[in-house]
Design a protein around this ligand. Structure first.
Ligand code: NAI
Ligand code: 15L
Length: 264
């Protein structure tokens, strides 16, 4: 891999990859609307608003792959999501098509399927059931990825990321947690795979309690190693037992599913 572009490089996951992918590509091109500091060795830093199509087309020039993390990562006003997530993701795909980029990792989210109950085990065939306007933007991104593969051969792995943080933060994350180390190995597996077409998979570590199954994506060759079990005792001591009648506990999306419509 010569040049790998990371959008959203100033964010939580962008920072993890900036460190974790050192030496993986000849050059990491890092982009965000926010400050990313100075470029280090083998890095290029390009400030760019994803809603500016001409700027994104320039940004993607000479890149072999894209990790598309940039955008709003929580529930927000529709008009803000429209710019950053809907328009921003379209611009990334259109720039990839125009510049001949072969493969994209799209940071989808568990909130694309957050209105499924926790009693269900989901795979890539699960019905889309977004739990928020934010989740709707991720369903749209997955649809765009499917379209750009079928019509233009731009491959994507749409990863419905669970909760990628250094540690699980609550009881729900005992099921949804993905360790930063597993996230880094997932990105490498995606770009090392012989082919991906458009594949939907779940970004989750092999935790003891799981709601998602990646058997259909075994050909990607990802071998996650971590488990939230190491944190269970601490989390259970810290957070009271959950009320099984609470919508935030019934649905996979947790609070995103339980909260009302986002009012501007
Ligand atoms: P984050 O909010 O820390 O980072 C997102 C970055 O995108 C920010 O640095 C922000 O400045 C940038 N951005 C926002 N609007 C932009 C625009 N118009 N142009 C250019 N850059 C813009 O989010 P995080 O946690 O790093 O997540 C990265 C991606 O992964 C997001 O797309 C998020 O939806 C997705 N994801 C993350 C999960 C997690 O557990 N961290 C779970 C599920 C999905
Ligand atoms: C997401 O999609 C968010 O980006 C992240 O901040 C977490 O809230 C995560 O989902 C989650 O569901 O834990």
């Amino acid at each position: 891999m010569k040049r790998l572009l990371i959008t959203g490089a100033a964010g939580n996951l962008g920072k993890i990859l900036r460190e974790g992918l050192k030496g993986y590509a000849d050059i990491l091109r890092l982009s965000d609307i926010s400050d990313m500091g100075e470029a280090g060795p083998n890095e290029e830093v390009v400030k760019c608003d994803l809603s500016d199509r001409a700027a994104v087309i320039d940004l993607v020039k000479d890149c072999d792959g894209i990790v598309h993390l940039g955008g709003i990562s929580i529930e927000a006003a529709f008009d803000d999501l429209l710019q950053a997530n809907f328009l921003g993701t379209y611009n990334v795909y259109e720039a990839a098509r125009q510049n001949g980029v072969k493969r994209i990792m799209f940071a989808s989210s568990n909130h694309a399927i957050g209105f499924h109950k926790r009693t269900e085990l989901l795979d890539d065939k699960a019905e889309l059931r977004p739990d928020s306007l934010y989740g709707v933007t991720k369903c749209y991104g997955e649809a765009l990825a499917s379209y750009y593969y079928d019509k233009f051969d731009v491959e994507t792995v749409s990863v419905r990321i669970g909760s990628c943080f250094p540690e699980p933060k609550d009881r729900r994350m005992l099921a949804t947690w993905m360790s930063p180390r597993d996230f880094i190995s997932l990105i490498k597996a995606i770009f090392d795979a012989a082919m991906t077409g458009h594949t939907v998979m779940y970004g989750v570590s092999p935790n003891k309690s799981v709601w998602w199954n990646n058997d259909h994506a075994a050909f990607i060759g990802w071998q996650p190693q971590d488990s939230s079990e190491a944190f269970r005792a601490d989390i259970e001591a810290k957070f009271p037992e959950e009320d099984r009648h609470d919508p935030a506990v019934i649905y996979q999306g947790g609070g995103f599913a339980a909260r009302g419509h986002f009012e501007d």
